[in-house]
Design a binder for this molecule. Structure first.
Ligand SMILES: Cc1ncc(COP(=O)(O)O)c(C=O)c1O
Length: 417
């Protein structure tokens, strides 16, 4: 397998790269549940990755908002190597030091009181949902189990998370969904108010709709939901799996609206590429999940927690929140200029911090653009039906963003859009 480096940006892209025969193994041996691009990634450094054929790509998707420190960050790789040689996993029958330190640091930094650790975003939301219902159960209101969630939201792939997800395509074919979820339009606080009742346990919301098309909450929306929840004695439950840990320029997306939820779910950027999810709660919810009522074998293992501590420390020490805010604005300006130039196919840009989307219009197929941009050596993803999504590492530079935007511009030109 070749690991030859290539940092060229021009001439080599003229050639169609040789296809790695491993792709045939993927087609034969992997479940057909993904739509992988025909490249096999081999290694990375910062915002660059190389495939097994030695071709270099600029990674502006970061494993879908995960690799916050980019690839092979020296501090993160050193932490993981050191911790793997010390203690990797010991179960939740015992405390482990990295787990305790992470819980303390996360709660102190993000304004919460207690943490539950798991391994993914869906698992964090499963815990969020179970905790909300059980909170009312243990407090003598078992009838209070309904959850208000949003159309066009995305909360993950477990049956519970899929039930919260306001998009029928993720539910189709999986039998009856979990009962007791009401979906209303995102951004419409009046619709939430109308849907409230004495049976409602909580309101579940993303600060920016991520998978559904990079749609930021209107100003004041989360604050209004906070008010509605309080008026009804219900919980405000915020899914920050995609928006959390600096992605939007603050530690949490809810901070843009000055809101503190009763519970918040995290994953993606939390471990900078090492799998970890978390549920953070305010003290009033402690006692809902009593011993034996919920858990995770791998959740909170020492290795994942050590990785997350280092990610947090680097975000803090390297000023990556401010960088995400500033570079997010830079990216927004670049995308707005591209949209203005290609107004036949682009209606504009939207997002917050380094969660941004170029919105296509007029029947322009976003997957065609995604492939054309990838062929030019830039990795991005799609969100919703028509949005080209940027979720670069938080360490991305303005020059790297400019390079990516220039390739999107050129790809649109090549396509005649
Ligand atoms: C807002 C949100 N919640 C939950 C999830 C699910 O996370 P995971 O894929 O880690 O289960 C995602 C993933 O895209 C997400 O964007």
């Amino acid at each position: 397998m070749s690991t030859a480096a290539s940092t060229s940006t021009g001439a080599e892209r003229e050639h169609v790269p040789a296809v790695d025969p491993l792709i045939a193994v993927g087609q034969r041996r992997l479940l057909g549940n993904y739509r992988q691009a025909p490249i096999v990634l081999d290694r990375g450094k910062g915002c660059e990755v190389w495939d097994t054929q030695g071709r270099r790509y600029l990674d502006l998707c970061a494993g879908v908002a995960v690799s916050a420190l980019g690839h092979a960050h020296p501090r993160l790789t050193a932490t993981i190597a050191e911790q793997a040689g010390r203690l990797m996993h010991a179960s939740n029958y015992f405390y482990n030091a990295e787990n305790l330190r992470l819980a303390d640091e996360l709660c102190a930094k993000l304004g919460y009181d207690r943490a539950f650790f798991c391994n993914s975003g869906a698992e964090a939301n499963e815990a969020l949902l179970k905790m909300a219902r059980r909170h009312f159960f243990v407090n003598g209101q078992p009838e209070r189990y309904r959850l208000i969630a949003m159309h066009n939201s995305f909360h993950g792939r477990t049956m519970g998370a899929v039930a919260l997800t306001g998009n029928a395509k993720y539910q189709e074919g999986f039998g009856p969904p979990l009962a007791g979820v009401t979906h209303v339009n995102y951004g419409d606080a009046a619709a939430v108010r109308k849907a409230m009742g004495p049976d409602v346990a909580g309101i579940v919301v993303e600060p920016v709709i991520g998978e559904g098309g990079v749609i930021p909450a209107p100003a004041g929306y989360l604050a209004e939901l906070r008010k509605i929840a309080d008026e009804h004695g219900a919980l405000l439950l915020i899914d920050e799996v995609q928006t959390g840990m600096g992605r939007t320029g603050r530690w949490l997306g809810q901070q843009h609206d000055g809101v503190v939820a009763d519970a918040v779910s995290l994953a993606k950027g939390l471990g900078g590429g090492f799998p970890i999810g978390a549920l953070l709660i305010k003290e009033k919810l402690n006692g809902a999940l009593t011993p034996g009522s919920h858990g995770s074998t791998f959740g909170g293992n020492a290795l994942a927690c050590a990785a997350a501590r280092t990610v947090m420390a680097v975000i803090e020490q390297d000023g990556l929140l401010d960088a995400a805010a500033k570079n997010g604005e830079h990216l927004a300006r670049g995308l707005a200029a591209v949209a203005a130039k290609h107004e036949k196919s682009c209606s504009g840009e939207r997002g917050r911090g380094l969660l941004r989307g170029l919105v296509l219009t007029g029947g322009a197929d976003v997957r065609t653009l995604l492939g054309a941009v990838r062929d030019r050596g830039v990795l991005l993803t799609v969100a919703g039906a028509n949005v080209l999504r940027f979720t670069p590492p938080l360490v991305v530079t303005p020059a790297e963003l400019d390079e990516g935007v220039a390739h999107v511009d050129a790809a649109l030109t090549d396509l005649g859009w």
